[in-house]
Ligand binder design. Sequence first.
Ligand code: NAD
Length: 260
Amino acid sequence: MLNGKRALVTGSTSGIGLGIARALAAKGASVMLNGFGDAAEIEALRAGLAKEFGVTVLYNGADLSKSDGAGDLVRDAEARLGGVDILVNNAGIQHVSKVEDFPLERWDAVIAINLTSVFQAIRAAMPGMKARGWGRIINVASAHGLVASVDKSAYVASKHGVLGLTKVVGLETAELDITCNAICPGWVLTPLVQKQIDARAAAQGVSVEQAGRDLLSEKQPSKKFTTPEQLGDLAVFLCSGAAANMTGTSLTMDGGWTAQ
Ligand code: NAD
């Protein structure tokens, strides 16, 4: 279904980004991976995906907190993959702190990676998509793009910002065969969330398993984690013909979190 398409997935060395990169590769897209991690592990991941799905898989470890790191990443993907038809802005970080204690440096880092890099990547990828007359932009926002939680001022602000940006880009490209949509996951058991579960277990003196159950039951009525595989399938749907007239919108996959 995606044979011949070229996808760039930011933050795809683990978690949700990796799930989405796998799903796109499984449908025949060539993929550029991005993100941090152990060099040998990333190379094994890259080579493994290429072999499993018979597609080109490249890697660029650009740091998206750097000034126009995302733009440089897009330009490298265009040069080495031949273009970016599918852009998945997924890289993201979290910092948890009361607003009065929130370090400005952490605020800046969260906004830079979660929001500014999304703008920079879209800005860099748009001319190529327009020239080719086709593009799919998928921004991984969060349930926190729609509702808030305490202690996550920068994260919630950044994800609400991503939904606003998604709407603008959807409107600017509405008459073209380019769509821009956001995905809003609830809890997904990835390293980003495992850190929060571990911190919660330590703070409350309960087991990690109990802390994971508490985390789910507080927000996610299904009491089940959304999986990277489910989010990968949603990304594939957004690239399909069925979603060609969906743009500027957000799709939740949050076990009922934002229905409350
Ligand atoms: P993760 O920590 O497993 O993965 C994050 C990825 O981003 C990794 O590949 C990491 O190396 C990369 N990354 C981090 N900082 C980077 C930087 N400066 N430059 C380049 N890459 C960088 O996290 P995840 O849970 O898979 O999160 C992925 C996205 O999903 C994030 O945008 C996050 O906000 C969002 N999200 C996650 C959840 C959840 O429950 N896990 C829920 C809603 C939304």
